[in-house]
Design a protein. Structure first.
Length: 691
């Protein structure tokens, strides 16, 4: 039998090599760039420097919608510094006519950094073609609780996974423009984001809320945007601890920090002295106030020079891209990127349940399909805040299913508002596909979800359709986890399609009909009920974040979720065997290499996402039951066996010691779990010792 080998390495290392050589050299802290930037700053007047430190309305034609989408900094044209031309996004560049990709949370479910890098590349291309040079759509905040309104903008709940996906989109986008990772740090609540003080201990901050930002810094991200919230009593944009000590100090970030728009900083002196380098979207605290603060000796001139030097440095690094003139506007929202959007959604859909082979819908067996639900013929692309993308066209699920069904299969559509009529439609059909979920009215920027379930009328519809037709398939759309206990056992199949992008309808149909074997896995736990989770408080002025959230919390409490982190089914099955470790004893500077054989024992080719978690035996401090340290995607034909290889540097086993402020790798036993999801029973295990 044919065997193949696939390599998965830990986040940071996995990606740094992929940065174009020229930019990587620059990102790695080249003295030449710094020296050049320093020299240019020394030639600037005080007014020029202050001007560079704040945004203003600018560069785009007024036809581009959105109040924030025309923001720029002036640069210093006389010295050849172009300035920042800001573009937002996440599921595409936030300009009219751009390609709309599936939401970042969907892309997180693909667990596919190589694919995400292609998305970043496409987004970067489109932004640059439209005149921007700065992509601010890399949201890597931890999805701490699924009621968070911006869950859709990030990649999931796990820091390792967030780092790998964030780095991938940055590398792709930075082939064309500067990228910015946000929101630094602790922004996982929306309603109170402008005033909430997030409290957490230093260990929680270092181990859970920051590692993925450091991965992005190591991969050469040009910029970081601060969060609106405070952290441990200090506005994030005024925090010397976050910006000076950690980001620019310990991590040696050479790039620049921008404030989140409007209220990202709230006072001139603390922001400028903490290292917030640019105020967005326009001057409120900087500008004249900053000039006065410098004149009064409250902000040292070195801080101004440092802020400007950082911006100049990054602009110099990306200068070769500024002069590239071959961007083709017809590619913006064009067929190539639309095809990529479809491919991404095909790989993002998570099959949660499939009984009695309800899926795929074999064309030869089916004569009539009832497509039910209000969302069946609606575009549900996600939030209309910072991530709003208006693509040239978009395909609804009904359009996609109708196209894929072809002329031999009859499609009956019912919006489900009249339950009795919908029931009749479902009864007549060989299969009933219910398209339901949540929308931008339920979750988005500034507004968190009120609960985790579907609207009661949607649940009633599912129950009725499952009763009317034994082959009832529920397709869910939305950004965060959805609770389903009232109806989960009724329909034969359930799949999570997220906010599926402009080609979403086609991709959903591709999976329903089995033209694509689903491979997505959940980047977050799906709880049975909100009661299983820790509280979500989006009103209080102070909110405490504990060390545990998501699957780590479920493991700790011994709770069984509806669907575990990392879970997803396929139209085939995979068997894991022969977990092997590179050694039983490893030194502190070494790395552990694990290999596992995965066999496709079903009848269809497919892609399996294999995951490696580590557990800790006899630690001095409390450790998670297990946490994700590596993952790999393996493509296997029927009957084929592949070997997935995972590498985890021993330094990644460290915990952060609050007392000494050091990362400590303990000499003790570590458990290695490898398998298809975080569910303990599904994992193979072994152990090794660090000596
Ligand atoms: C959001 C940022 C965004 C900015 C500009 C803010 O309200 O928090 O993520 O980049 O708006 O659109």
């Amino acid at each position: 039998m044919k065997r193949r080998k696939f390599i998965a390495v830990s986040g940071m290392l996995a990606s740094a090599w992929a940065l174009p050589k020229r930019l990587f050299a620059a990102a790695a802290g080249s003295d030449r760039l710094d020296a050049k930037a320093r020299e240019l700053v020394s030639q600037m007047t005080f007014d020029e420097k202050i001007a560079m430190m704040a945004g203003k309305l600018g560069f785009l034609a007024p036809s581009i919608p959105g109040p924030y989408q025309a923001v720029e900094t002036p640069g210093c044209p006389r010295l050849g510094i172009p300035g920042i031309r800001f573009a937002d996004g996440s599921r595409g560049i936030r300009f009219e006519g751009s390609t709309c990709f599936p939401a970042a949370i969907a892309r997180g479910a693909s667990w596919d950094p190589a694919l995400e890098q292609r998305v970043g590349e496409a987004i970067g291309y489109e932004g640059r073609a439209r005149g921007a040079n700065f992509f601010a759509g890399v949201c890597i905040n931890v999805l701490r609780h699924p009621r968070w309104g911006r869950s859709q903008e990030t990649f999931g709940e796990d820091p390792h996974h967030l780092g790998r996906m964030g780095v991938a989109v940055i590398i792709g986008a930075q082939n064309h423009m500067m990228a910015c990772a946000k929101h630094f740090a602790g922004n996982s609540i929306d309603r109170s984001r402008h005033y909430v003080d997030i409290r957490m201990d230093e260990r929680t901050l270092r181990e859970i809320y920051l590692p993925h930002f450091q991965d992005c810094v190591n991969a050469g991200v040009a910029s970081i945007m601060n969060a609106y919230n405070s952290l441990n009593g200090e506005q994030a944009g005024h925090s010397k601890h976050l910006l000076k000590e950690i980001l620019k100090g310990e991590w040696a970030f050479p790039g620049f920090v921008i404030s989140d728009f409007g209220r990202g900083i709230k006072a001139t002196v603390p922001a400028a002295n903490a290292g917030c380098d640019v105020e967005m979207d326009r001057r409120r605290q900087y500008g004249i106030k900053l000039k006065l603060a410098v004149a009064a000796g409250q902000v040292p001139m070195e801080n101004i020079d440092d802020a400007v030097r950082r911006q100049v440095r990054e602009q110099l690094r990306f200068l070769p891209l500024e002069s590239r003139k071959d961007y083709d506007l017809s590619k913006v929202g064009g067929t190539k990127h639309a095809a990529l959007s479809r491919e991404v959604e095909q790989k993002a859909i998570v099959l949660l349940k499939n009984e009695n082979q309800a899926l795929p819908l074999e064309r030869a067996e089916i004569k009539t399909i009832a497509v039910i639900g209000d969302l069946a013929d609606k575009l549900n692309l996600g939030d209309t805040g910072s991530t709003w993308v208006t693509p040239p066209y978009a395909i609804t699920p009904l359009q996609g299913i109708t196209r894929a069904a072809g002329s031999e299969i009859k499609i009956i559509h019912h919006n489900g508002l009249d339950l009795e009529a919908a029931r009749q439609a479902a009864k007549q059909a060989d299969a009933a596909v219910v398209i339901t979920g949540i929308t931008r009215l339920d979750e988005g920027e500034g507004h968190d979800r009120l609960g985790l379930g579907l609207a009661p009328k949607e649940e009633d519809l599912i129950l009725a359709m499952a009763e009317a037709n034994p082959r009832c398939i529920v397709v869910l759309e939305g950004g965060g986890a959805i609770t389903m206990e009232r109806w989960r056992d009724r329909p034969a199949a359930i799949m999570m399609a997220w906010y599926p992008g402009m080609e979403g309808g086609n991709a959903i149909a591709d999976v329903l009909f089995g033209d694509i074997n689903p491979s997505g896995k959940l980047p977050m736990v799906f709880p049975k009920s909100e009661d299983q989770l820790y509280p979500f408080d989006n009103v209080s002025k102070v909110v405490e974040y504990g060390y545990y959230h998501g699957y780590r919390y479920f493991d700790r409490q011994g709770l069984e979720p509806a669907f575990p982190f990392g879970f997803g089914l396929a139209y085939t099955q995979y068997k894991y065997a022969n977990l092997k470790l590179s050694g039983k004893k490893i030194g502190k500077t070494g790395k552990i290499i694990a290999q596992v054989d995965i066999t496709n024992i079903g009848a269809r080719p497919g892609e399996e996402i294999a995951q490696l978690y580590l557990g800790y035996q006899g630690s001095k401090v409390e450790r998670p039951v297990k946490d994700l340290k590596a993952f790999a995607k393996v493509y296997l034909k029927p009957g084929e066996t592949g070997t997935a290889q995972f590498e985890v540097p021993v330094e990644k086993l460290a915990y952060y010691d609050d007392g000494s402020g050091k990362w400590i790798v303990e000499e003790m036993e570590y458990l290695v779990y490898v398998g298809p999801s975080s569910k303990k029973e599904s994992l193979l295990s072994d152990s090794f010792k660090v000596v």
